[in-house]
Design a protein around this ligand. Structure first.
Ligand SMILES: [Zn+2]
Length: 627
């Protein structure tokens, strides 16, 4: 036995080593497995925990968004301009629909909702789906028809959720300023776009408990996050004045067969507040894609295929465009007010300076003459404005010089966007800088051709001419309102800069009154009110039609204590004349007279001179020959 011990020991040695190795391997394997498990656990718990939580919750809860109303928009006098109306969004949960009625449901719903039956059936046959959109934002009748159809045929799994969509109770009224929203209730143009963040509310949500298959549980519970309506806007626009302007423009567009729409702006000259702004014909923002203009719609409908689609798109973009803010135009003789104010303010001329208008005037070899080859003879500055005398203004421009001309042009805000709270203002207008301006360019710029500016820039600049020289920033929103109607923010008028001296402005007011009393603005006279103004008849230099004109007029009243400015532009009128003093001045007079009466500005004793019907006026001097 004793001898066996060493033998045993000897035999045991490799056995022990083997066991040790086996143990080590086992421990090692266990460690690897544990490490793997710990790693996996670590991953699940810490890295993807949120995903699993969401997934588990998603199986138990279904959230339904409760859309918030957009903030309402009111005019300064309290008229409701943009509101919300109830509508319904329809969804289906195919897995909750009875299998044997899928075909019937697809047929019936396709018919009511004007959808493709085959595609609908394909959607319903996906039995895993518990949410498929049928139609967004339908009217009550459609929602009722779906509800009745489902009830009559025992079709479950169709959800009808109340929704909210934008509604413009006044239809076409103020359309180009308000803009409109898309199917997601987001602003697409106008104030709706500019103030989209302010107007957009906070959607609410209803959480509904459902089982693992997405069915609403019998003992379901719901929690609700209440939607919050967006903030509202109170505009500077006065609904009454806006009506005066739209009515007068619509009449003028029909009467004078205006081909390229008309623009009107009424501003408070001392604050820059826009009281009315219109581009007509307008469109209905409740149905923005329908072409409102009958002739334009007929032209689109006469086409087919791709041509029709392109024409439709162009017609839509044209009708949505707010010309007052987004278009550039040659202001023509209305611009003589700017040249005159600049020359007086710079001391290049005095009100007693005189000029001579002969057959024509030659500037560096280019001949300019007055409209209809009129020879005005000796002219004071006031007479030059009354007669819209090109030759005088060419001389006034030359005395001012190109550098000063360009400096005043910029100071009047004609190179830059006005900064009005609307989208789609051109980033810059078209103008000559002093280094690119020769004597011929200075001459044509001085009487209002060769530069293109926006209608709103022109209106704001004329406000500065008459209001003591302050360039006010035009604006449309006076207050941001909380949903309960209280004021969250009030916007104050902004003065951008002093452009001319108050004394120059006073002289300009007298001269503008003379234009209306004795010159080309006689059709803007209003019985019992003092009015100042200036006409313009500009050639559309980039138009294929050589006879295309913009007939415009700007009027300010009362001119001795200026409060209201009205700019009216008829783009391509086809009437007995194209003269702004004949076609646009009466529109300004009508709008201003109604505005003055409405605002309670007292009428002086009747002067008796206002019923001068279509006075024989001096022609606007917007023509010149290059020779
Ligand atoms: Zn002349």
């Amino acid at each position: 036995m004793c001898g066996s011990k060493p033998m045993d020991a000897l035999r045991a040695l490799p056995e022990q080593a083997f066991r040790l190795r086996a143990r080590l391997i086992a421990v090692g394997l266990c460690a690897v497995c544990f490490a793997g498990l710990i790693g996996r656990l670590f991953w699940l718990q810490l890295c993807t925990g949120g995903w699993y939580t969401q997934r588990a919750l998603g199986q138990q809860l279904r959230d339904t968004v409760v859309p918030a109303d957009r903030g309402k928009i009111y005019s300064a006098d309290g008229a409701l301009l943009a509101a919300n109306s109830s509508c319904w969004t329809l969804r289906a949960s195919p897995r909750e629909m009875p299998e044997e009625k899928l075909a019937l449901a697809a047929k019936g719903l396709a018919e009511i909702l004007e959808l493709d039956e085959a595609k609908l059936l394909e959607k319903f046959n996906d039995r895993r789906s518990n949410d498929c959109l049928l139609r967004y934002r339908v009217e009550r009748e459609t929602a009722d028809a779906v509800r009745d159809f489902c009830a009559e045929n025992g079709i479950t799994g169709v959800r009808i959720n109340q929704d909210s969509k934008r509604w413009y109770p006044q239809g076409e009224f103020l359309a180009s300023v308000l803009g409109f929203t898309n199917v997601d209730n987001a602003g697409v143009s106008g104030l709706e776009l500019k103030y989209n963040d302010t107007l957009t509310g906070q959607n609410g949500v209803v959480l509904t408990a459902v089982n693992a298959w997405g069915y609403t549980l019998a003992q379901s519970y719901e929690t609700e996050l209440v939607p919050v309506e967006g903030c509202g806007l109170r505009l500077t626009i006065d609904a009454n004045i806006q009506h005066y302007l739209e009515n007068a423009l619509n009449y003028a567009v029909q009467e004078h067969h205006v081909a390229a729409r008309s623009v009107g702006i009424v501003m408070e000259v001392n604050t820059g507040a826009v009281l009315a702004m219109a581009t007509t014909p307008a469109y209905d923002p409740n149905q923005p894609r329908v072409i409102a203009d009958k002739a334009a719609r007929a032209a689109v409908d006469a086409l087919s295929g791709k041509e029709r689609a392109a024409a439709l798109q162009l017609a839509q973009q044209t009708q949505w465009r707010n010309k007052a803010v987004s278009d550039l135009y040659e202001p023509g003789s209305v611009f003589k007010l700017i040249t005159c104010a600049a020359a007086l303010d710079a001391g290049a001329i005095t009100r007693h300076s005189t000029f001579y208008c002969g057959d024509s005037i030659s500037v560096a070899g280019t001949r300019f003459h007055c409209a209809n080859h009129k020879r005005h003879g000796s002219q004071t500055v006031t007479q030059a404005l009354e007669n819209s005398c090109n030759q005088s203004f060419i001389q006034i421009g030359a005395r001012l010089g190109k550098q000063a001309f360009c400096d005043y042009f910029a100071a009047f805000g004609l190179r830059e966007p006005t900064g009005i709270d609307l989208p789609a203002e051109p980033k810059k207008s078209l103008y000559y800088t002093a280094d690119r301006m020769g004597p011929v360019e200075l001459a044509s710029c001085a009487f209002g051709q060769s530069s293109k500016i926006s209608y709103l820039e022109m209106a704001a600049a004329v406000c500065a001419v008459v209001n003591g020289g302050k360039l006010m920033q035009p604006y449309l929103v006076s207050d941001i309102l909380a949903p309960d109607g209280s004021i969250l923010r009030h916007n104050q008028p902004v003065c951008k800069r002093q452009v001319i001296q108050p004394a120059t402005s006073a002289t300009m007011r007298e001269m503008m009154e003379a234009v209306v009393l004795y010159g080309g603005g006689r059709n803007a006279q209003i019985a019992g009110y003092r009015v100042g103004g200036k006409s313009g008849t500009s050639q559309k230099l980039d138009s294929a039609d050589e006879k295309a004109r913009i007939a415009s007029f700007v009027a300010v009243a009362p001119i001795d204590d200026p409060q209201f400015l009205c700019l009216v532009c008829l783009d391509e009128p086809h009437s007995w004349t194209t003269a702004g003093g004949s076609l646009s001045a009466p529109v300004c007079a009508e709008v201003l007279e109604q505005t003055l009466v409405y605002k309670g500005v007292p009428r002086a004793a009747d002067t008796g001179s206002a019923d001068a019907q279509a006075a024989a006026l001096p022609a606007d001097g917007d023509s010149f020959d290059g020779a």
